[in-house]
Each structure stands twice: as structure tokens, then as C-alpha cells.
Design a protein around this ligand. Structure first.
Ligand code: SF4
Length: 362
């Protein structure tokens, strides 16, 4: 699949006659959502299917054939053969007290186990502090997850996902529970429990904690890679799109990045940058230059306007904007030899929420 087609598909979304085709799509939750895993040419990418933009997309799917493949059409013209990853086997299991494993963790992309350990955030309940793009409470309200995943639950699900579905790495993210460790403590106990049950590379994701000693604790608990997510880069965009989180200045993130790279290694610390919140391409590229110089992988993703969030009616960035931006960031990454293939675990390695990795070519 060409990089242009992936970029356009992620920007425009996909109309599905039957959204239940293949693996379940994700609605709500932390981070990018309202999308579905689609496999083309052996590459699995997440494509918006539940957003308002997707309903008007030029891309549509002609029904799945008996061979499991479907035809992707743009404006009624066939452009590729695609398939949907099947529902993972571990989704059929449940804990002894009846919690389905799929409510504890989900398959992301092709081979990633992903969970939001704490499905709550100090910033979410208040409109004045909530990130405008986040739907962490929506999947909880919809009964599609549980509020707190215990270490024992996570260990059991991770073991099953590795054994039954050949999952290769895991993402543990969390809402921010407090202003001190910001979730690092629960991530430590979760990672330790998983590592005691199964050998699975783990990325943890949280806000920068108050004490950078947490980085060594996370590493000792079995975390292989760390994500701390800037999301937006320009001060006015940060203040508007993430009024609570923007109180943590970019300078503090940069200090935390430097400290974390010293613990996890160059390229094993990453950050999300969401294109489409209002930052210019030049501002994002300038920030990526700073991050790359620190040894931080900038995972630049297009905004997916999630239903039920303040940004649900926002227009995602255009394919042309994303092509230009990802081309420039990809060049930076290749020059610095800081590429997704070398990441041990996490979103940058998975790469399904952005076409950035296909721009990592010399
Ligand atoms: S990039 Fe991250 S959020 Fe997106 S599908 Fe992969 S693991 Fe999930």
C-alpha cells in the first residue's frame, strides 16, 4: 500500500456497511479511538470508522469475500484489497469472577496488547481541565471496560494474549490519578505482574512524574519503553486543546525526556504529537528536531475527532498536510537513525495510528 494511500485513508476514514466485520472497532477510551484495524499488503493500520468525517469519506468497503478479503474503493473505484484482523481468541475468556478479558485489555493493530490501567483521570471530570480530544470516560460509561485493571487481571490477560494470539508487545497507559507520581506507581505494579507471568516487552505511558526517580523504578519493574505525551506543542494550542495538562510546561517535559532517555536508552522514550489540534507543521517539525536531539521518538499522528468529545466535529488534518509533515519528520528520524523498528515496545513500534513509519525511508 502506498504511503499516500495510507495517509489519505487515515485522514479521511472509511465507510463500512457492517462495522462489525472482523475484529471489533474501538469506541472511546484514552488516546486515538473510534477506529478499526485494517490490513493491506500485510501492514495493519488503524482507520477512523465511527467519526463524523468517516461517514462522508470517499473510501468504502465492498463486502468481504469468502477468502476473507474485501475491496477498498475510493469514489466507487477499486484501489486495494484489504482484510480485517480476526477477533482475538483471548476475547472469549473471562476471569473467575466473570470479567471478560476484552474489558481488561484489547488487541491493537496486529500484535499489540493495550490497556488503560486506570480508566479515570484527575483532568477528565472537569470541563475546564479535560483534554478536548480525550474520551477516557466514554468506554467506561458505555460498559466496555472496567475502571481499574488489577495486576493479577493484567497478568492473566497478557499470558493468554501471548499464548493464544501471539501478541508481541504491550502498551500500558493510564489516566492521571494524582499530581505526584501521575500514574507511575500503578504502572510499576502492573508491569511487574505481567513480567512475572510472561515475557512480553512493555511500554508504559504517563505524564511526567514529580520525581524522576520513577523512571528507574519503572525500568526495574519491567517497563522497556516509556511514552510521555506532549500532544500539542505551541503554547496557545496546548492551552486551548488540553487546558489542564498544559499547566505542565513543555520545558518540564523536556527535562523529563532527558532524564528518561538516560534510563531507558535513546529511542526507547517517545511522545505523541497530535497533528490537527492547531499547531503549524513548522512548529511540529521544530519540536520534533528538539525531541530527536534528546533521543526521543516523536510519534506524530493525525487527530481522530472522537464522538462525544469537544472535538467531535473538528476537521482532521488534510492528507496533503499529513504527507508534508510526516515526510519532514520521517527525514529527521532517518538522519538521526532513530526509527520505529528499533523501539522495543509501544505505539511507535506498532505504528498503526500513523503512517509515519512508512516515511522512515532514506
Ligand atoms: S499505535 Fe498505539 S494506540 Fe495506535 S493501535 Fe498501536 S498501540 Fe494502539
Amino acid at each position: 500500500m502506498s504511503r499516500n494511500l495510507i495517509t489519505e485513508l487515515q485522514a479521511r476514514g472509511l465507510r463500512l456497511a457492517d462495522p462489525s466485520d472482523g475484529a471489533p472497532s474501538r469506541r472511546g477510551g484514552a488516546g486515538p479511538s473510534d477506529h478499526k484495524a485494517v490490513t493491506v499488503d500485510g501492514r495493519t493500520v488503524m482507520v477512523p470508522v465511527h467519526t463524523s468525517g468517516a461517514a462522508a469519506s470517499p473510501f468504502a468497503v465492498r463486502a468481504l469475500g469468502d477468502d476473507g478479503f474485501a475491496v477498498l474503493e475510493r469514489d466507487g473505484v477499486a484501489v486495494a484489497r484489504i482484510s480485517f484482523p480476526p477477533s482475538p481468541r483471548f476475547y472469549a475468556l473471562a476471569t473467575d469472577d466473570g470479567v471478560p478479558y476484552w474489558k481488561i485489555a484489547q488487541l491493537h493493530g496486529r500484535d499489540v496488547l493495550a490497556t488503560t490501567v486506570l480508566q479515570d483521570c484527575i483532568r477528565y471530570t472537569n470541563e475546564k481541565t479535560r483534554c478536548q480530544f480525550c474520551a477516557i470516560g466514554a468506554s467506561l460509561e458505555g460498559g466496555r471496560t472496567i475502571a481499574r485493571k488489577t495486576p493479577a487481571q493484567l497478568a492473566a490477560v497478557a499470558k493468554a494474549a501471548v499464548e493464544l494470539d501471539a501478541v508481541k508487545h504491550a502498551v500500558l497507559t493510564t489516566g492521571t490519578p494524582n499530581g505526584t507520581d501521575r500514574g507511575a506507581a500503578v504502572l510499576c505494579e502492573s508491569a511487574a505482574a505481567i513480567k512475572a507471568a510472561v515475557a512480553l516487552p512493555i511500554q508504559a505511558q504517563c505524564e511526567p512524574p514529580d520525581d524522576f526517580a520513577w523512571f528507574a523504578r519503572l525500568r526495574a519493574a519491567g517497563v522497556d519503553a516509556l511514552g510521555m505525551h506532549l500532544e500539542a506543542v505551541e503554547p496557545d494550542v496546548r492551552a486551548r486543546a488540553m487546558p489542564g495538562k498544559a499547566k505542565v510546561p513543555v520545558s518540564y517535559y523536556l527535562s523529563a525526556f532527558a532524564s528518561a532517555v538516560a534510563v531507558f536508552g535513546r529511542g526507547q522514550v517517545s511522545t505523541y504529537v497530535i497533528a490537527g489540534l492547531g499547531d503549524t507543521a513548522d512548529a511540529i517539525v521544530a519540536m520534533c528536531e528538539t525531541l530527536v536531539a534528546l533521543g526521543v521518538y516523536p510519534f506524530v499522528v493525525p487527530l481522530v475527532p472522537i464522538a462525544g468529545t469537544r472535538l467531535e466535529a473538528a476537521t482532521p488534518p488534510s492528507p496533503a498536510f499529513m504527507r508534508d509533515l510526516l515526510g519532514r519528520v520521517g527525514t529527521l528520524l532517518v538522519r538521526a537513525n532513530l526509527v520505529s523498528a528499533d523501539i522495543k515496545a509501544g505505539c511507535g513500534k506498532c505504528g498503526a495510528c500513523s503512517s509515519l513509519s512508512v516515511f522512515e525511508t532514506a
